[in-house]
Design a protein around this ligand. Structure first.
Ligand code: ATP
Length: 264
């Protein structure tokens, strides 16, 4: 039997008459932990320059997919192809996964976005100060440069992390629930930054729970429930039928929950 064709979240843009290669390709990819699959048999292309929401019930595999895209976990089966080098991929984990007790100021945290370009042992000095100041201004944190990150509110910390992303100059940006527990003003400001990245031709994938926000601000959607339910234009994907199917899939016992033999 032939493998199913990869589904695309948006048509591939043309490059001199030829379609450009996907920013990410999942070729029959199964992901999981300790050989127990969490997401099965993904066939998926993410077009360069696309802005895609990943939605699905709790435990659907959204974070797992993002971690795999970032190269933090390896597929149990199948192949992930990345159209951009690892150094141009930025990954922002869920806020709960971040340790903000580290003794770091807002300025230092944001300046870390320049490490890739300066090299780990390169000096981030006065000549970089205007760019760091500009990133802080863009997220509305001017004046908080010297504050320890442990003394920031959740929304301020997320703004600082977005400022760090601004300096990273990533071609592929992976955001895991970036708006969790943030107020409407912060969500609106950070959504505007995400749109700016899209306008600059960067590829953005974000795991989100707020379907209203997804409908308003994310042109493409990938609906997961331990497997791919649908992907494509948001209004085509987020139908009552697809959402009901995703709920059923997440409530049903997982027939594939045994160790993945093929991955052994
Ligand atoms: N480190 C881990 N070790 C073992 N199992 C894990 C690990 N992380 C996630 N899982 C399991 O993988 C499955 C998918 O989890 P994942 O966190 O990717 O889902 P999610 O869609 O991001 O969920 P949520 O919306 O609750 O954040 C779940 O069954 C989860 O329990």
């Amino acid at each position: 039997m032939n493998a199913p064709a990869a589904q695309s979240v948006s048509p591939a843009p043309q490059q001199g008459g030829r379609p450009s290669p996907p920013a990410l390709r999942f070729d029959n990819v199964t992901l999981g932990y300790d050989r127990h699959p969490a997401v099965h048999h993904l066939h998926l292309d993410i077009a360069p320059g696309s802005l895609t929401a990943i939605v699905g019930p709790n435990g659907a595999g959204k974070s797992t997919l993002l971690k795999a895209a970032a190269g933090l976990i390896r597929p149990l089966d199948g192949v992930i192809q990345r159209g951009v080098p690892a150094r141009r991929i930025a990954y922002l984990p869920q806020a709960a996964a971040l340790d903000n007790s580290f003794p770091l100021t807002v300025y230092d945290l944001v300046a870390m976005g320049l490490w890739e370009r300066c090299g780990l042992f390169g000096r981030i000095g006065q000549r970089h100060a205007p760019r760091i100041a500009e990133a802080l201004r863009a997220v509305g944190l001017t004046g908080l440069e010297r504050r320890p990150i442990g003394a920031l509110s959740g929304g301020q910390l997320q703004r600082a992390l977005f400022a760090r992303l601004l300096l990273q100059d990533a071609a592929l940006i992976l955001l895991d629930e970036p708006f969790n527990a943030l107020d409407a003003a912060t969500v609106a400001d950070l959504t505007a930054l995400i749109h700016r990245w899209r306008d600059e031709g960067r590829t953005v994938l974000a795991a989100l729970h707020d379907l209203e926000l997804v409908r308003a601000s994310f042109p493409q959607t990938l609906l997961l429930a331990r497997e791919l339910i649908a992907c494509g234009p948001t209004d085509v994907v987020l139908t009552d039928a697809n959402l009901a199917r995703a709920r059923r899939m997440s409530e049903a016992p997982d027939p594939h929950a045994a160790p993945c033999v093929r991955a052994a």
